[in-house]
Design a protein around this ligand. Structure first.
Ligand SMILES: Nc1nc2c(ncn2[C@@H]2O[C@H](COP(=O)(O)OP(=O)(O)OP(=O)(O)O)[C@@H](O)[C@H]2O)c(=O)[nH]1
Ligand SMILES: [Mg+2]
Length: 230
């Protein structure tokens, strides 16, 4: 199968890595590769561009359906228990939340899509709020699109992937909550979902915030996207 045009963009940076590490100016990348999270702090919540922090540092945003596990994934990557609020009540993250990591790059927790109990008026503003962020954020390096391993992707995921492809925004694709399935079922779902998304299995990363399975595999393409800038 041909490499997925979206994810391919974030998997091509191996040659950059050595070169950049030789440059003392970029030593912070070494911390990142060794996954040393020295600091991680909440910066602000925003609805519209005038509320975003200045577009200075490279940024990675996390998207996915409501309650899929976006905030848990960010906490796991950063080795923090509660930096990002998580909840068993879906639809808790309703704003765009910005976090500053190692004072060098940002993570952005996007509001989850599609929780029916969120009032229609709020649901209506979600699409434009996220679309505006994705379209105008100049420092955005890529999106981590998180899906539940137990569910086949729906219109939301397929539309978002088309949209990212159209705007040439690299996507890192994650199947989370892997701990909820046996190893055999994980393999089966991995195969079926990669087919449904028309991507190579290697471009679809299995992850669990509970067992921390796949944490390094999620960091790898994030590092590569952050390094592309240097
Ligand atoms: N078993 C298991 N539970 C998880 C995992 N990731 C998240 N959860 C649980 O799923 C629920 C939702 O997790 P969140 O991280 O808050 O999900 P979210 O996508 O940020 O949710 P919203 O902000 O409401 O859209 C919580 O009860 C988490 O503990 C995982 O990998 N495994
Ligand atoms: Mg959340």
């Amino acid at each position: 199968m041909a490499p997925c045009p979206i994810t391919h963009a974030c998997l091509r940076a191996d040659t950059h890595r050595q070169k950049n590490l030789c440059n003392p100016r970029n030593l912070w990348i070494k911390d990142l590769i060794e996954m040393k999270i020295k600091s991680a702090e909440f910066i602000t919540s925003a609805v519209k561009p005038s509320q975003y922090p200045p577009a200075v540092l490279p940024e990675i945003a996390f998207a996915g359906r409501s309650n899929v596990g976006k905030s848990s994934l960010i906490n796991t990557l950063l080795n923090r228990k509660r930096l990002v609020k998580t909840s068993s009540t879906p639809g808790r993250t309703q704003l765009i939340n910005f976090f500053l990591i190692n004072e060098k790059f940002s993570f952005v927790d996007l509001p989850g899509y599609g929780y029916a109990k969120v009032p229609a008026s709020i649901q209506k503003t979600w699409g434009p709020m996220i679309e505006t962020y994705l379209t105008y954020r100049k420092t955005l390096k890529g999106i981590v699109l998180i899906m539940d391993i137990r569910r086949m992707p729906g219109k939301y995921e397929l539309d978002l992937m088309d949209w990212l492809y159209h705007y040439n925004i690299p996507a890192i694709l994650i199947l989370t909550k892997a701990d909820k399935l046996s190893k055999t079922k994980q393999i089966k779902q991995h195969f079926s979902i990669s087919k449904a998304l028309s991507v190579d299995k290697n471009d679809l990363i299995l992850f669990s915030a509970k067992s921390r399975q796949g944490k390094d595999n999620v960091w790898d393409p994030i590092e590569k996207l952050l390094q592309e800038d240097l």
